[in-house]
Design a protein around this ligand. Sequence first.
Ligand SMILES: *Cc1c(COP(=O)(O)O)cnc(C)c1O
Length: 394
Amino acid sequence: MNIVSTPFRLAEQVVSAISAVVGAGPVTLHEPSFSGNEWLYLKECLDSTFVSSVGKFVDRFEVELAAFTGAKYAVAVVNGTAGLHIALKLAGVKANDEVLMPALTFVATANAVTYCGATPHFVDSEERTLGVDALKLRDYLTSHTEQRAGQCINLDTGRAIRALVPMHTFGHPSDLDGLLAVAQDFNLALVEDAAESLGSYYHGQHAGTFGLMGTLSFNGNKTITTGGGGAILTNNSELARHAKHLTTTAKLPHAWEYRHDEIGYNYRLPNLNAALGCAQLEQLPMMLVAKRALFERYQAAFAPVAGVKLMAEPEQCQSNYWLQTLLLDAEQANQRDSILKVTNDAGFMTRPAWILMHELTPFKDCPRMDLAGAQSLSQRLINIPSSSSLIWQN
Ligand SMILES: *Cc1c(COP(=O)(O)O)cnc(C)c1O
């Protein structure tokens, strides 16, 4: 066996498998596509002069999002992080509280918790879903918390743990039954960070509609984009009303008077962005079909490659396959960086999972449970080119 070339053999097999599916590089990780009514609706929006904080596209986008996801209400906001901030605030998260969230997530989840004055409390993830490990979390909470006057108190810090924020990683739904049961048994509000999972379903129900509230993102790299944007989903009419109020400067409706009855936020989605969103929503079913087809092509291409597996949707779930993901076998984890280098050098953009939250400077002192699962996953995950347009072009 040639010791020098061995570490690169897997990387070269990965390059061959990717190029068999997407053709010659360069290929980006994820790019938006605007092949429907985007220009038409944007022009209509400009012609109307209602480009900013009011306009018919915002209302229409909210109605259509609710219809698509099956949520009773959708409140459009300026980005997914702002949506999470408001959802957490409305879930009762306040200064000195703790909020349980996966260490394996994008930084926005942790940032939104701190905007409420609260502290993120990092929990472990499981390989099956890439989301929070409900069984391990239950064991941890059983031995590290106590119920006092209906509140879940962290025995190590003395603070109240107010909420649990699962995140549906790369579009794959978390173990929602397990997590809802944990939230119920320990008196925690469940707020779903569904930023990555528009078009994903758990047991036939859309992700982001299980908790008290769920939030979506329409950033440029997400499944559909409004440039920047997000939404809060909920089935609770009072929460929906309050979310709308808080995200629109908490102004009381009046023909001329500017009266604000609490400290609000300028988090409303501009009409211009909502116009783009309405056109993108029309494309969403096609994009989901393309993303699933891309997954199937990758699955065939990677089947003969030993040492790596393509992430498939968890049982009884439908993933939107937002980002296609390779998971290296534990013995191949030390090859991750050579795979990243060789694929990127070949023109195929790939990237590792996020650095775990507790390893980031602003969050290094936050409470956390044992994170062995997340640590292993973060060393073994690689995202590969995932745009729906790759199917339409190849
Ligand atoms: C994209 C994303 C968000 C929200 O991001 P915005 O850029 O603020 O829309 C939140 N959480 C996760 C996990 C995300 O991937």
